[in-house]
Design a binder for this molecule. Structure first.
Ligand code: HXC
Length: 511
């Protein structure tokens, strides 16, 4: 009679390729292409030795095209659970060495099982993509598998963080699982996302483009806004993902883990009192200001190369995770345009889903005027920012660092759209528009002397935060050097905020 150990070891010997995926030659090719295998990626990502594999011996059940003779234990997905910084996560990686990481019905079943476990246990799920898409030999069964994955992606949205890493090809409808998740990571020059590849593009539109030009990391992180983070290589990318998770709770019922810092909460930075130029038309780098305010000067920026007129980032204040949204005067004067609106709105909603307080730094001359913006729907896109801020029930604190003009003043987390505490620096300008623009409208026909007089009057009346403070729209006028202390005090005060909106099925955000 064989012992359990003997039976299992015989089984393992028979199925040793379960650890080798598609075989050593395919692993060698993967390495030669500068890519890790699915298991190596998971081992690099997770805390050492914490990975527990699920469904290691599942095989496909396809009978077509001689597939019945090509069973590989585990099929094309390596998945299971493990820990990141000691916290539970679920992870699955497409194994490119097995039929090009293509999605079979059984691969989809493995993924859906993990998605359901992740939601049941309230833990983040990470998908590492490197796949030729739907397994051609399986036809509609494979397509159905994608549908099941998308379904779980959507149901899980706002309940657990879902993160996607693209480490090879990800084409066709397969792009939509990453697109439904919260954040997409790509690897510089090694990963590609597109709905149709270069060959189809050439046939349909006669454009000649390379994979990189069509859907490489550079394009998606700077032009399309599809990717949120780009790593220099696979390891760098996975380390970024680990850091991102450190700012997030495991699910929507929890707060982010506190990370104690030795940075004193009352620290003042006198440099801030002179950082913002007196001339309102001169730029300055808002990131310099934010870095000086947050714990240890550390800002974890999201989408740093897309719509740079808005900065979105995670950081900590007094050890607590916060989401930062800021106009960037050093890029397009910090104006709100379509891309910046989309970027800010989605981030605000993410933070709200996961109980991360929002800190807004505002220096905005308004919405970008012009036919291009109007014709592409700046009204529809800009409305997303208002909607996202109003709907967000997390603590919301705003600092007006300089300009707060027109609709953009209202939109950028003003008192009127539900901010809890609104600060302004003494040099802030809260008005319908800038002084010269206003005088040109009101005194179009006046002579230069009258215009100059009106300009002085307008600046005196509106180019300051005091009228707003008189009306209670600004809670406190603070010196820039005090920003850190004031923000931490306000955050502390807002900890017990009652967070609820009227019950509804769901709202109808302008999309
Ligand atoms: C089955 C596939 C496959 C697929 C690749 N392979 N894609 N097997 N179904 N979809 C196999 C190849 O036959 C090959 O097997 C191995 O994987 C590696 O592929 P190579 O072509 O040798 O690798 P490479 O040169 O690196 O090219 C990778 C690739 C290319 C760019 C991904 O394989 C490719 O274009 N594949 C097809 C992509 C595609 O059109 N997929 C369908 C998308 S539509 P051997 O045995 O030779 O090693 C879709 C619909 C989803 O996904 C809809 C959801 C709603």
């Amino acid at each position: 009679m064989k012992t359990n150990k003997e039976i299992y070891s015989e089984f393992l010997t028979k199925n040793e390729q379960a650890l080798l995926g598609g075989g050593q030659d395919k692993i060698d090719k993967q390495h030669a292409d500068g890519k890790m295998t699915a298991r190596e990626r998971i081992d690099t990502l997770l805390d050492k030795g914490s990975f527990v594999e699920v469904d290691k011996f599942v095989v496909h059940n396809c009978q077509n095209f001689g597939m019945d003779k090509t069973h590989i234990a585990g099929d094309g997905i390596v998945g299971g659970y493990g820990k990141i910084d000691g916290r539970l996560v679920y992870v699955y990686a497409y194994d490119f060495t097995v039929f090009g990481g293509s999605l079979s019905r059984t691969n989809a079943n493995k993924i859906v099982k993990l998605q359901k476990m992740a939601i049941k246990m309230g833990a983040p799920i990470i998908a590492i993509n490197d796949s030729g898409g739907a397994r051609i030999q399986e036809g509609v069964s494979s397509l159905a598998g994608y549908g099941d994955i998308f379904y779980q992606n959507t149901i899980s949205s706002g309940v657990i963080p879902q993160l996607s890493v693209i480490m090879g090809p990800c084409a066709g409808g397969a792009c939509y699982s990453p697109a439904l998740t919260d954040f997409i990571f790509m690897v510089k020059e090694k990963s590609h996302l597109f709905v149709t590849g270069p060959d189809v593009v050439k046939t349909v539109t006669h454009e000649d483009v390379s994979k990189e030009e069509l859907g490489g990391a550079a394009v998606h992180s700077s032009k399309s806004g599809v990717a949120h983070f780009v790593g220099n290589d696979e390891e760098d990318t996975l380390m970024m993902l680990r850091e991102l998770l450190s700012f997030l709770p495991s699910n929507n019922m929890e707060d982010s883990p506190a990370t104690p810092s030795f940075d004193p909460i009352t620290r003042e930075d006198e440099r801030l009192n002179t950082l913002i130029p007196e001339d309102p038309n001169k730029p300055y780098d808002i990131k310099e200001l934010i870095e000086s305010v947050v714990d240890d000067g550390h800002l974890f920026e999201v989408m740093p190369n897309f719509a740079q007129n808005v900065v979105i980032a995670f950081a900590r204040l007094g050890g607590k995770s916060v989401g930062i949204v800021a106009n960037q005067p050093a890029f397009l004067a910090g104006v709100l345009d379509i891309d910046a609106s989309d970027k800010a709105a989605r981030f605000i909603r993410f933070c709200d889903c996961f109980n991360i307080p929002l800190i807004t730094f505002e220096d905005v001359p308004g919405f970008l005027p012009g036919c291009t913006q109007e014709h592409h729907g700046i009204i529809r896109h800009g409305a997303k920012v208002v909607y996202a801020y109003v709907e967000a029930t997390v603590p919301k604190i705003t600092v007006i660092t300089r300009k707060a003009y027109g609709g953009a003043y209202i939109v950028m987390s003003s008192k009127h759209t539900g901010a809890d505490i609104n600060f302004a620096y003494p040099n802030a300008e809260i008005a319908v528009m800038g002084a010269s623009g206003a005088v040109n409208v009101l005194y179009r026909k006046a002579d230069d002397e009258a215009k100059a007089k009106a300009l002085v009057e307008y600046e005196d009346k509106f180019s300051n935060p005091y009228r707003a403070a008189e009306l209670g729209y600004i809670d406190e006028i603070i010196l820039p050097a005090q920003t850190r202390t004031k923000l931490i005090q306000a955050l502390d005060m807002a900890q017990t905020k009652i967070r609820s909106n009227p019950a509804k099925k769901h709202g109808n955000i302008p999309l």
